[in-house]
Ligand binder design. Structure first.
Ligand code: G1P
Length: 287
């Protein structure tokens, strides 16, 4: 099994990031000099994936423009001798083969992923959620791809979350295999305290087999009246093997203001061009 494709659902409204997300797609909000979605696409590319489908919705054309050439802007930059900048912009547009599809009605993450069926066909594929920004030694998607390819099955990226937080995520029933790897036996989306299976939750990264599609097509609306990817995963793990990997690295939820601030600070600290400046600036703050 070889994972060559990735799917990035980026259609959501971004209500937790209003008013900023009213006229700018939340995926385009700047984190340490680059839009959030840049880091997501880069992570897929760094995992060896070249074909990427971004699922957007109305009002999100800025994402397409970001990954395109911009001849007028480049002409102006050329006239002012800023050739390095032109190269940098081209490198972004050439980072991967990116295809876009619009989700016309926002009926949930599972419904969004269904839009990828003709793009992936029968191949396995990675899913990277736009809100979850990672900082890790090895790209988190690469960590999952390695396990999925080794065992020829789906593999989801998990971490332990606080008991008080688990209802914001999904919860997994798992059997430990060692080295941070688990067999997934059961999943539940947004569990109430009495339904929590464990403190392990999926945090925005999946490698899935195409077996997920039939289950999504037949899925009934779940939590919040939406077609939930987790509900289809709960069926898939009973039909075929599914692994969970407790991945190495930190995850930031850039979809809310505090997570966004954490991601901004941490990614700025990881950027050699601005980290010294930021450290000095913060040291100088009277707080
Ligand atoms: C989604 C998924 C959930 C997952 C979470 C974090 O929830 O449905 O299972 O744990 O992302 O990646 P959302 O943040 O869209 O409510």
């Amino acid at each position: 099994m070889k994972v060559k494709k990735a799917v990035i659902p980026a259609a959501g409204f971004g209500t937790r990031m209003l008013p900023a997300a009213k006229s700018v797609p939340k995926e385009m909000i700047c984190i340490a000099g680059k839009p959030a979605i840049h880091y997501i696409v880069k992570e897929a590319v760094d995992a060896g994936i070249e074909d990427i489908l971004i699922i957007t919705s109305r009002g999100k054309t800025a994402i397409e423009d970001y990954f395109d050439y911009s001849p007028e802007l480049e002409m102006r930059l050329e006239r002012s001798g800023k050739l390095e900048l032109i190269e940098e912009l081209h490198a972004i547009a050439d980072m991967a083969n990116i295809t876009f599809i619009r989700q016309k009605e926002l009926k949930g993450l599972g419904h969004a992923v269904m839009h990828a069926r003709s793009f992936t066909g029968d191949e396995p594929f990675a899913v990277l959620l736009g809100d979850d920004i990672m900082r890790s030694e090895t790209p988190v998607t690469k960590q999952l791809v390695e396990q999925a390819e080794k065992y020829s099955c789906s593999c989801v990226g998990v971490k332990k979350v606080e008991t008080s937080e688990i209802s914001k995520y999904c919860s997994l029933g798992v059997k430990a295999l060692g080295d941070g790897l688990f067999d997934v036996q059961e999943l539940i989306e947004k569990p109430t305290p009495d339904k929590v299976l464990s403190n392990y939750a999926i945090l925005g990264r999946y490698v899935l087999t195409s077996g997920i599609y039939d289950l999504l097509e037949n899925a009934k609306p779940g939590f919040g009246g939406e077609i939930q990817l987790t509900d289809a995963l709960n069926l898939l793990c009973r039909k075929e093997r599914m692994l969970a990997l407790e991945f190495e690295g930190e995850r930031f939820d850039s979809g809310n203001i505090c997570g966004y601030m954490e991601a901004s600070i941490q990614l700025a600290l990881a950027n050699p061009e601005i980290s010294d400046w930021l450290k000095n600036y913060m040291k100088g703050l009277d707080i």
